[in-house]
Write a protein that binds this ligand. Structure first.
Ligand code: NAD
Length: 442
């Protein structure tokens, strides 16, 4: 990047810095008006946004509409509906003296940076941006270098809704992100891989900026004996195969009882065929997404080839169309922990199954590894549910469903350690972008 581009980043950053004092004075009404401007711009550009995402990452129209458009709209509306209540100062009793009192004030962090990933490029940048605005911050946004068209559409939305001293966007490659990370932001909100999360946290440390890191990892899915296999398969197939498995909270692998492995795989196959294939029996481009690039296609293919070479078996799927960069929904059995496919986040439509004898064994397996972003359990037994929830750590957990917890705006969404730091959505997003100031009235 040349020095003029670097100067431009510095200029906008300084401009926002000088404006952050005015931003923090904005009332709930004024912040809501800013959110309403964002909402209006998103609605006005709906088709352009969807088309841009589909050009960057070929996926079904309906998938893009639900995740990118409605996901963003619902989140902005939720901020508008609840902002007043979130901003209200909270009185607390003082432990110091009976006549003293305490108060919690949520103040904006200041100037925030939002860096987004490619897999849901619009929503995963706009939802944190809405939280940043709700909390009274200035913000600079940068989408992934892999989603050029979406970046352009997001730039149009942002420029329609805001002055650059309030919210600005930079398009471009990783150099732009690196230059942005060099600025002394007050808070950095990053969604992406654990690898880049470490780069972001290192950059933040230089200025002691606070961070929210929304990262990835392997999300285990456990099927307890006695749970209806078809019910579980229906939910798991959607959560795993939507966006061709390129979802941070997709079930990464399955733990199932040996005696149920084949029946469960059969149920999955039936559900996948009904959901993602056309009447001609071919995988449907209208229903199933493409793998984002050649590198990821080859990476996933290598994971499957390696698993087979090490003794795993394909139950169904296993077709790789290199020219079209599509991978059929694939389920593997006889998978063992030492295989490469069990060492890294798969991020593709391949679901390995491992068998287990006792829940203790599953718990031990999960606890020996990085803390997952999400953990899923299908069970009707209260004691099994408590056992798993009480003995494992994960960013989120869902019982008898997968992925949909993301859309529950009353729950914090985030990871823990390797899968992330901090959380957002709803009030948790507001808090992520706020400093909680404790005030004593003596
Ligand atoms: P990524 O880490 O490769 O990229 C994320 C962002 O960082 C992009 O904007 C990219 O341009 C930028 N970037 C890349 N290299 C950089 C560098 N050296 N310095 C600064 N910025 C850099 O991630 P991705 O491939 O876009 O997304 C996939 C990953 O994100 C998966 O691991 C997935 O699980 C995770 N993810 C997490 C969530 C969540 O909410 N927790 C959501 C979606 C994706």
């Amino acid at each position: 990047m040349d020095s003029a581009e670097k100067q431009e980043i510095k200029r906008v950053f300084e401009l926002q810095r000088s404006h952050r004092g005015a931003m923090r004075q904005k009332t709930a009404e004024q912040r809501k008006a800013m959110l309403a401007r964002l909402l209006e711009a998103v609605k006005a550009n709906k088709e352009e946004i969807i088309e841009a995402v589909r050009q960057d990452v070929r996926k079904p129209y309906r998938e893009v509409e639900i995740a990118e458009y409605w996901g963003t709209v619902k989140s902005i509306e939720h901020n508008i509906a609840n902002l007043e209540q979130w901003m209200a100062q909270i009185e607390v009793t003082s432990t110091l003296r009976p006549d003293a009192s305490g108060r919690l004030m949520y103040e904006p962090k200041g100037v925030c940076l939002v860096l987004g990933p490619w897999n849901y490029p619009f929503m995963l940048t706009m939802v944190p941006l809405a939280s940043a605005i709700a909390a009274g911050n200035c913000a600079i946004v940068k989408l992934s270098d892999l989603t050029e068209q979406t970046s352009r559409a997001a730039a149009k939305v942002i420029r329609e809704a805001f002055d650059e001293k309030e919210v600005a966007i930079f398009e471009g490659d990783v150099d732009v992100a690196t230059e942005l990370l060099d600025q002394p932001f007050d808070h950095i909100f990053f969604t992406g891989s654990t690898r880049v999360g470490k780069i972001v946290m290192t950059a933040a440390a230089k200025h002691l900026a606070s961070v929210t890191l929304e990262l990835g990892g392997k999300s285990p899915t456990i099927i307890d004996e006695g749970y209806d296999l078809l019910e579980a398969a229906k939910k798991i197939a959607v959560g795993k195969f939507v966006n061709a498995g390129q979802t941070c909270i997709a079930p990464d692998y399955i733990f199932v009882k040996e005696s149920q492995q084949d029946a469960f795989a059969k149920a999955l196959e039936a559900v996948a065929k009904a959901g993602f294939f056309g009447e001609d029996g071919q995988l449907s481009k209208e229903k199933f997404a493409q793998i984002v690039n050649e590198r990821n296609f080859n990476r996933i293919k290598h994971l499957v080839d390696d698993a087979i070479a090490c003794g795993a078996e394909i139950v169904f799927g296993g077709q790789f169309d290199q020219a079209d960069r599509t991978i059929h929904p694939t389920v593997l059995k006889n998978v063992t922990p030492d295989m490469a496919i069990m060492q890294e986040e798969i991020f593709g439509p391949v679901l390995p199954m491992m068998t287990y004898d006792s829940l203790e064994e599953v718990i031990e397996y999960v606890n020996e590894r990085d803390k997952p972003l999400a953990l899923y359990l299908f069970s009707t037994r209260e004691d099994a549910i408590s056992q798993v929830l009480n003995h494992t750590t994960s960013g989120n957990a869902a019982i008898n469903d997968v992925v949909v917890h993301f859309s529950d705006l009353n729950l914090p969404f985030g990871g823990v350690n390797a899968s992330g730091i901090g959380s957002y959505h709803g009030i948790y997003g507001f808090k992520a972008f706020s400093h909680e100031k404790g005030v004593l009235f003596a």
